[in-house]
Design a binder for this molecule. Structure first.
Ligand SMILES: Cc1cc2nc3c(=O)[nH]c(=O)nc-3n(C[C@H](O)[C@H](O)[C@H](O)COP(=O)(O)OP(=O)(O)OC[C@H]3O[C@@H](n4cnc5c(N)ncnc54)[C@H](O)[C@@H]3O)c2cc1C
Length: 467
C-alpha cells in the first residue's frame, strides 16, 4: 500500500545506480513517477554488476553469474518483469592449486582421481585431529583450525585468505567465513560433491542487461538518473531530518533536491562522513579489485569457463571467459576475451601498474597455468580499478559499523541498503530483493518504517554470497 506521507516529500533521492538502488527506484517510480531521482557517480548503470562496453567487446566486472540458489521469484522478476533472457549454463570451473587442479564445483570422482591416496589420508587425519584445537571463534584462523584441522587449513585456506582480504587470517573475524560462501567453504564443497550447484543462469546480453532494463523502466515511468554525478552535501536540521541533498552533476553544476526521502546504497562510511563531516568516521576496511581484459586473435577451445587461483604463487585470483557465459554478447568479436581479476588495495603494486605492465603480468600468469602459450600475442588490454569491491570483516569491524549505524539511524528520512550500504557480501539476487523490499517498506502505510527496515536489513545480513 502506498504511503500518503511520501507525497509530502518533494523528491525521492536514491544514491547509487547499482542493482539494489535501481530496483528500489523502479518499484518506487511506479507510484511516485517524476519524484524519483537516481544519483550515480559513474557514466554507466549497474555498479559492480555492470557490463562495460569497450570498442570491440563487452565484458562484466569480473566473473558474474546468477547462482543456481536464486529464488524462483527473483528469476521470474529478471525474466518476466524486466524482460531479460536468462541462459541456463553448466558450470565447468577449475580450482588450480600448486601442483594439482580440481574441477569446481567439486565432484566426487574428480576428487578421488586428483588426490593421491597419501594426501586423502592426510586430509582425513586433519579432520579427525581438528578437535585438538579449541572451539575459539575470535578469528578466522582459530575457527578454521577447529573446523578442518591444521593440514587442510594450511593447504587450502591460509594463503587464500591473505590473497582475498590482504591481511592475516588472525585479523579476520569469523563473520568473513559466514558471510561469504567461498570456493573453499566446507559446506558448499560437500553440497556440490553431492551434485548440487552445477549450473548457473546468465543474462544473454551480459549481467549489465538487468541494470539497463531497470534504468529504461525508471525513465519510462518519469524518473531521472543523473550519471557522473556526486553527492556533495547533505543538510540536516535539529529534528534529525534531511532538509536537502546537493549533487554535483556531470557538468560540475550543483543541483539541490529539497525536502527529500533519501535511500542510499553508496559506501556507508562515505555517506556518514558527508552527513557528519565533523565526526571522525570509524575505520571500515574494504578490499579493492583490478580487473584486466585481454583480447587475443586466436579462438581458444577450453572446457572450463572459470579458473580459480587461491594460492599466492599466482597473482591473479580468478580468470574467466565471458564468451562461454553467453555466445550472444560478443557474437561479432573474433578471437578470445580473457578476464583476469586481481584482489588488491589502492596504492599497492598491482593497483598502480599501467595497462602494459599488468597486461604482461596477466600473460605470465596465463602461460604459467597453460591457458596461453609463449607464441600467442595479445591484441588489446583494457583494465578497470574497482574501489571498495569487498567489505573486509576484520576482528574490529562490528564496533566500527555499529557506530556508523548509530549515527545514521536517527535520521528520520534516510534508509541505507545494498551491498556497500549494509557492508555486506551479497549476490545480485539479494540486491534485487533488497530493492523490492525497501520500496515496499517506504511506500507502505505502516508507522515505524525505520524499525521495520532495520529488521529486514538484519535478515539480509544473514545471507551469504557465493562465488
Ligand atoms: C568481482 C565480483 C564478482 C561478483 N560475482 C557475482 C556473481 O557471480 N553473482 C552474484 O550474484 N553476485 C556477484 N557479485 C556481487 C554483486 O555484484 C553485488 O552484490 C551487486 O551488484 C550489489 O549491488 P548494489 O546495488 O547493492 O551495490 P553496487 O553495485 O556497489 O552499487 C552502488 C552504486 O553506487 C555508486 N556510488 C558509489 N559512491 C557514490 C557516490 N558518492 N555518489 C553516487 N554514486 C555512488 C557506485 O558507482 C555503484 O553504481 C560480485 C561482485 C564482485 C565485486
Amino acid at each position: 500500500m502506498e504511503n500518503p506521507d511520501n507525497h509530502d516529500y518533494k523528491h525521492i533521492v536514491i544514491l547509487g545506480a547499482g542493482i539494489s538502488g535501481l530496483t528500489a527506484a523502479y518499484e518506487l517510480s511506479k507510484i511516485y513517477n517524476r519524484k524519483v531521482i537516481v544519483v550515480e557517480k559513474e557514466p554507466f548503470c549497474g555498479g559492480l554488476a555492470a557490463t562495460l562496453h569497450f570498442d570491440t567487446f563487452n565484458v562484466d566486472i569480473g566473473s558474474h553469474r546468477i547462482q543456481s540458489t536464486v529464488q524462483r521469484s527473483i528469476r521470474s522478476y529478471i525474466s518476466n518483469t524486466l524482460g531479460v533472457n536468462l541462459l541456463k549454463q553448466r558450470r565447468h570451473g577449475l580450482l588450480c592449486m600448486p601442483g594439482m587442479s580440481f574441477s569446481y564445483p567439486p565432484n566426487l570422482l574428480n576428487l578421488f582421481r586428483t588426490l593421491p591416496l597419501r594426501m586423502s589420508l592426510s586430509y582425513s587425519f586433519s579432520l579427525l585431529e581438528r578437535f585438538r584445537y579449541p572451539d575459539d571463534k575470535t578469528n578466522y584462523k582459530s575457527a578454521m583450525l577447529h573446523k578442518v584441522g591444521k593440514r587442510i587449513y594450511e593447504n587450502f585456506f591460509h594463503e587464500y585468505i591473505y590473497k582475498l582480504w590482504g591481511i592475516a587470517p588472525e585479523n579476520i573475524s569469523i563473520e568473513g567465513m559466514k558471510r561469504r560462501k567461498t570456493i573453499l567453504n566446507l559446506k558448499s564443497v560437500l553440497k556440490s560433491v553431492a551434485g548440487k550447484h552445477r549450473y548457473f543462469f546468465y543474462p544473454e546480453n551480459g549481467t549489465g542487461a538487468i541494470a539497463e532494463a531497470l534504468a529504461e523502466k525508471i525513465r519510462n515511468n518519469g524518473g531521472k538518473i543523473y550519471y557522473k554525478s556526486h553527492l556533495s552535501n547533505v543538510e540536516t536540521d535539529i529534528s534529525n531530518t534531511i532538509r536537502s541533498v546537493s549533487v554535483l552533476d556531470s557538468l560540475e553544476k550543483e543541483v539541490i533536491f529539497s525536502n527529500p526521502l533519501v535511500l542510499s546504497t553508496i559506501p556507508v562510511d562515505e555517506l556518514c562522513q558527508t552527513i557528519f563531516p565533523y565526526i571522525p568516521a570509524p575505520p571500515l576496511m574494504w578490499r579493492d579489485l583490478r580487473v584486466v581484459y585481454i583480447h587475443i586473435s586466436e579462438q581458444l577451445h577450453l572446457r572450463n569457463e572459470t579458473f580459480y587461483f587461491p594460492a599466492l604463487d599466482t597473482a591473479c585470483g580468478r580468470i574467466s571467459f565471458i564468451q562461454k557465459y553467453s555466445p550472444f554478447l560478443n557474437d561479432r568479436c573474433t578471437g578470445t576475451i580473457i578476464t583476469c581479476e586481481f584482489p588488491t588495495s589502492q596504492g599497492d603494486q598491482i593497483w598502480e601498474m599501467d595497462d602494459n605492465e599488468i597486461g604482461r603480468l596477466c600473460k605470465e600468469n596465463l602461460i604459467k597455468c597453460k591457458i596461453l602459450s609463449n607464441t600467442q600475442q595479445i591484441k588489446t588490454v583494457y583494465s578497470v580499478r574497482i574501489k571498495k569491491a569487498y567489505p573486509v570483516y576484520t576482528t574490529t569491524w562490528k564496533e566500527s559499523y555499529s557506530s556508523i549505524q548509530r549515527n545514521l539511524s536517527d535520521i528520520r528520512n534516510l534508509f541505507v541498503f545494498g551491498r556497500r550500504g549494509l557492508f555486506l557480501h551479497c549476490n545480485i539476487d539479494h540486491a534485487i530483493r533488497q530493492g523490492v523490499e525497501i520500496a515496499k517498506v517506504v511506500s507502505s502505510n505502516q508507522k515505524l518504517q525505520s524499525q521495520l527496515w532495520k529488521k529486514r536489513a538484519d535478515h539480509f545480513s544473514t545471507c551469504s554470497a557465493r562465488d
